[in-house]
Design a protein around this ligand. Structure first.
Ligand code: DI6
Ligand code: FE
Length: 392
């Protein structure tokens, strides 16, 4: 006896490609997908009425936990200032660090809940959330505890990432801060089990290749998965090194070159593309999508939701932009928010497609076809969202 049966559905399993399945039904047991094309009794039967069923979307790169806003910086940018100029003049990430340090853990959680609700309303069932606005042991731990609280407060599956190496805090040299990350912060985060992955912002205004190596080697030894922000604003070679050190994903990649792509292809690293940041910062250099495709590098798409470069609480908007701005094909984008996003989080064994044994995270849509999500912008919502077989 199954717990739940979805019948009469157009299933798009996203299991390798983005095609329509022959199967018309999906059975759920104990929160997992028990069978496709199942028959047999179920405690609850839902007639999908020929609607589209997709795996729950996975937003695999966000900085959704923050306090305050950066509206004034955005207005400065609209008037001509660049992201890097604003950062060098004391704005940027460090201004959000001040806001986060001034907010209670409860206030951080309350500020973030509506942003997660917005993502969930679009069919997102898993969200990665990075720390990185604390920049000290205690403040980073506080952010990670708030992320754990969000996991408990929402039905969403939350994947916490430690991004201590997001910016150098005021009053410290980069070398001293990197030493603190390696010697103190990483072991403490590992001990408390507060993050699955470790991330780093590799950029002139962030961290360099030596920092990347030090932090990744320690993080790997402590059992963390590795991710990196690379080649967003310039080409420092972060992608090549991160991929060689075993990064699950390299993210942004506007300035990635052939060597970077080759290193990702060899290592099986996922390219996480973030068109909202490209759009919001009014960048002109696009990631090398054709070359990534040609070399078979799996591409994911995420919202990058953050107060500075992408205040965009909408994965559907990121998906639409991935098509119109970056030239990804609709099928690539659908895989990019399901199977490939799961891979970027090291979770492809349990989420990201409609496959037997995976968690029963899926959504029902009244659409002519899934590609419609890359056509209409705005106003699209799933009729139902299920996480581990329960409707939320
Ligand atoms: N790259 C980004 O796009 C975000 N972080 C990063 O390293 C921006 C974060 C912010 O500006 O607050
Ligand atoms: Fe980011």
């Amino acid at each position: 006896m199954y717990d739940l049966m979805i019948e009469n559905a157009r299933l798009y399993p996203m299991d390798g490609d983005a095609h329509l399945a022959d199967a018309r039904s999906l059975a759920v047991h104990n929160g997992c997908i028990a069978a496709l094309d199942a028959h047999g009794p179920a405690r609850e039967v839902v007639d999908a009425g020929d609607r589209v069923v997709l795996p729950g979307f996975i937003d695999c790169h966000t900085h959704a936990l923050y306090a305050g806003d950066r509206m004034r910086e955005h207005l400065m940018r609209l008037a001509g200032a660049t992201y890097a100029e604003i950062a060098r003049n004391g704005g940027g990430i460090l201004s959000t660090v001040e806001a986060v340090r001034g907010a209670t853990e409860a206030a951080l959680v309350e500020a973030t809940l509506p942003r997660l609700a917005a993502l969930a309303s679009e069919g997102v069932t898993s969200v990665e959330i990075k720390s990185g606005y604390g920049l000290s042991l205690n403040e980073e731990l506080r952010m990670l505890r708030a992320i754990a609280a969000l996991d408990a407060r929402t039905p969403l599956e939350i994947y916490p990432t430690f991004l201590g190496a997001h910016a150098v805090p005021r009053g410290m040299t980069k070398a001293d801060y990197v030493r603190e990350i390696v010697d103190t912060m990483l072991p403490a985060v590992a001990r408390q089990g507060l993050a699955r992955a470790v991330d780093i912002f590799v950029e002139d205004i962030g961290f360099d290749l030596d920092d990347l190596r030090l932090i990744f080697e320690r993080a790997k030894a402590l059992g963390f998965e590795l991710r990196a922000h690379c080649e967003q604003l310039s080409n420092l070679g972060g992608t090549r090194l991160a991929a060689r050190l075993g990064a699950l994903s390299c993210d942004h990649l506007e300035f990635a070159d052939a060597e970077a792509i080759e290193a990702m292809a060899v290592a099986g690293t996922v390219a996480v593309l973030l068109p909202t940041a490209f759009y919001f910062l009014r960048e002109t250099r696009k990631p090398p999508v054709a070359a990534l495709r040609a070399r078979g590098v799996p591409m994911a798409v995420a919202s990058d939701l953050n107060p500075g470069s992408a205040p965009v609480a909408s994965l559907l908007t990121a998906m639409h932009m991935a098509a119109t701005l970056f030239g990804l094909e609709p099928e690539e984008i659908l895989l990019g928010v399901t199977l490939h996003a799961a891979r970027a989080l090291g979770q492809e064994h349990c989420v990201g497609s409609l496959a037997t044994g995976k968690r029963a995270n899926f959504t029902l849509w009244n659409l002519p076809a899934p590609e419609f999500l890359m056509y209409q912008l705005g106003g699209l919502r799933p009729d139902a969202v299920y996480i581990e077989g329960r409707r939320i």
